[in-house]
Design a protein around this ligand. Sequence first.
Ligand SMILES: NC(=O)c1ccc[n+]([C@@H]2O[C@H](COP(=O)([O-])OP(=O)(O)OC[C@H]3O[C@@H](n4cnc5c(N)ncnc54)[C@H](OP(=O)(O)O)[C@@H]3O)[C@@H](O)[C@H]2O)c1
Length: 393
Amino acid sequence: MAELRVSIKKSRLGSIQLHNHNSIQTNTNNMSTHPAVVTVAARAPLEIARVPTIEPTGRQLQIRVEWTASTPLDLHQADGGLLVTHPQVMGSGLAGTVLKTGPDVKYFAAGDAVFGFSFATPEQKAHQTIATVPETTMGKIPSGFTMQEAVTLPNNTVTVFHTVTKDLELPLAWPVPYLVQTPNKHADTPILIWGGASSCGQYALQILRHWGYTNLLTTASTHHHAYLKRIGARHTFDYRDADVVSLVKATAPGLRYVIDCIGSQSGSLAPLAQIVDAKGARVAVLLPVILKDATATDAPEYSMDALASAAWADGVDVRGVRTHFYEDNAFFKETLQSTIVPTLLAAGVVKPNKQKIVEGATLLERAQNALDQLRQKDPSGERLVWRVAEEED
Ligand SMILES: NC(=O)c1ccc[n+]([C@@H]2O[C@H](COP(=O)([O-])OP(=O)(O)OC[C@H]3O[C@@H](n4cnc5c(N)ncnc54)[C@H](OP(=O)(O)O)[C@@H]3O)[C@@H](O)[C@H]2O)c1
């Protein structure tokens, strides 16, 4: 297969512009390049492109990307074209080894094993063998954890901190309040995590519990209930139960805080619109709203408007979560990934999602196999993780 050769133009959404489409060329400007997995069209097979290897400046790190974790956003982008300009390098969660540091880097040195959520420009993306990223998007992997384990955390722990503080407007103070003897005034306030078995749901339960929110309700398939109770849920419900709406309402009348970790128009927004009726109640929906799911045969459909996607009661405050804006919080920008997430992992507060390793003889095969498995919706609750750079790369 022909290799694509691309040059990178920066954009906040991480799209790249393709030049010399589908041609095999020698590099005319002597810039170093490395392989990246790219989308070339909606639902088309992925391809490998050679993209420029960027030298780190300022507070940047150049990282050999060894592992990534697939997320539903890969499918939203590859199949649904969500926020994509093809060809695009996907992937925003990576684990790897620091190769080089920019002159102003504070926290890292070459050789450090790191993990993080980095997404803003093409050179930061995970599905390429070398990434160049701001150091604030990385943390050191604590000893005792593999890269496969660590790489399940970054996207969705950041999502939880952003969602809870920005969209639910509930505090997650650092250091944790109990360390300074400040009780959580919301300790008994019911918070519903719709989709507790999702990666986001599991991290939401663990993080909220650690900060002293004890009245956590969640929905998930029944076989996950015992585990979800162990990691923080007080009440569990099966979302397929015909009575799920009345059961949740009876357990938490006047419910005021919800995180919808699923964002399915029929599977989560519709029941939530029946459950939540208190004026001022906040429902944070992880966008996109999925109107129609991607399958092996069908293209997906999405909406970015959570309010318009269900018949909400008057006065319910419905918010569409956009974690890509978490750096608007200057404290989180500096501290969340460099310090808070690694500390929580090291202390055992947050346990990595269970992983399933996606095999394949080449980078392209592994990336394609991962995408195919995302379409099949594995019910195990395991995170798909796969190797990016080979040992010998
Ligand atoms: N906008 C943002 O900032 C942002 C950030 C992160 C993620 N997201 C989005 O959030 C969604 C979840 O991401 P994720 O990585 O956490 O997902 P995930 O781990 O892939 O979620 C899979 C789980 O979803 C559960 N599920 C499916 N349908 C459900 C329903 N109707 N009700 C309750 N649970 C259901 C299944 O649980 P069972 O096994 O219990 O059936 C399944 O195990 C994705 O659409 C993602 O793109 C958005």
